[in-house]
Ligand binder design. Sequence first.
Ligand code: G6P
Ligand code: ZN
Length: 543
Amino acid sequence: MSVQRISTKPIEGQKPGTSGLRKKTPVFMQPHYLENFVQAIWNGTGGAEGKTYVLGGDGRYFGDRAAQVILRMAAASGAKKVIVGQNAILSTPAASHLIRKRQTDGGIIMSASHNPGGPKEDFGVKFNTPNGGPAPEGVTEKIFQATKDISEYLILESQDVDLSTLGSRTLGGMEVEVVDPVADYAELMREIFDFDKIRALFQSGFRIRFDAMHAVTGPYAKAILEGELGAPAGSVVNAVPSPDFGGGHPDPNPIWAKDLMDTMFGADAPDFGAASDGDGDRNMIVGRNAYVTPSDSLAVLAANATLVPAYAGGLKGVARSMPTSKALDRVADSLGLACYETPTGWKFFGNLLDAGRATLCGEESAGTGSDHVREKDGLWAVLFWLNVLAERRESVADIMAAHWAKYGRNYYSRHDYEAVDSAAANGLVDALRARLADLPGQTVAGLRIEAADEFAYDDPVDGSHSAAQGLRVMTEGGGRIVLRLSGTGTEGATLRVYLERVETDPARLQDDPQAALASIIAAADQIAGIRERTGREAPDVIT
Ligand code: G6P
Ligand code: ZN
């Protein structure tokens, strides 16, 4: 086995986005594309020499090939060891846990999260730091610089490593340890939640439907929900991960998890429904006839956290991304907890979690998590809900109604305009940015605008500054419109419009969100000229 030094040239556009480098699979499969980026990860983080990494992914198309390349490159650059999930599978939260538990120098996760997979769909590579979290901007910037300076990469000439059987083997001078992807994660969940209580809930006849969407959480949910907690066989559906996610779009929201919604709103619905995404970090929660928005779910978990053993002593603080609704803030106020507002992207929670300033955090984009790992965690959120339900023995709908009665309801919706012409989308944002200062005092669609700004974040732990994180327009009565361009799309631009309004009138807590938000929606269109500038009559996705 010899180390090959391959000459290469920088490849345009290898800038990690919200969540690593994410591109169409054929782009990743181009000669040198993956190799350049992996070498840039080593080069941008002080080299791989002597390091130990975790490697795994969500099982999407090309992941098995990419794993072999990454292993050969790690070996060629002198890494000491790589811990790999069997068959190169690891859910993102399980990878985060392994990185922490084994005190490694970081890890590489091969996933494009909730984006479809397959020869023509998406692939991604993300570097996580030793705390188990996605690399912060300072690190991704160094990796990006390294992609621009690259002139060669190192790769071992060798056969494929067997990743199908557990145990250790060597590759060149490097150890490759193949581990069960589920075992360590399941053990962590056992430490956090009251498994006996949840088991008793299922014994009482409680029914769940967990839709793994043909993605990575299938084996995790089968082992934990059905295997350990005694949910009836068949409770976990679409449980076998497939390279193209069964041809579906593994994003747990009411549109892409429509089957689950139909079941939960149909006759003989189970008590509880949930789904997770491609790599297992997102979650969707739905009760019988009751969809729970991610923002509300975060608030409910915060309000009920002390029912869970690991959080029984109370939360240190909570955090949400800026576009996430302020339902969490209302709970934090009432509990006297610090509530942090960060830019979109899980990486921004890392410092708050590491510094012990926040225990629980979440995003409108279906991510919820805590300080148990440094990624959001889909199955953890489901177990959290189950633990709360096992304690309260109320329906999801009743829990929501009681929550809104106590805290008020933040009606909330996100409207996405996908694959919009990039120039048009940037034009829209630039034009609105230029008008922000003029907006306060104006009345639009019957709503008085109180304030408008562009969100920037100063990290309270390391002092880093992140500018241009979304445009915000605040209206009277606690209304809010947020506009930003997605950092995870792979085609044109995705314009996200986040809409929110607070309601405290007890008679108006069960309205249809789109109706409750009608004037905010109209104001957003007028302020930003959405229809006119995008040429779209309606959003592609409404969450
Ligand atoms: C990923 C990230 C999240 C982020 C979401 C949406 O899931 O991990 O932190 O909220 O993408 O990001 P986007 O930039 O597309 O709105
Ligand atoms: Zn994901």
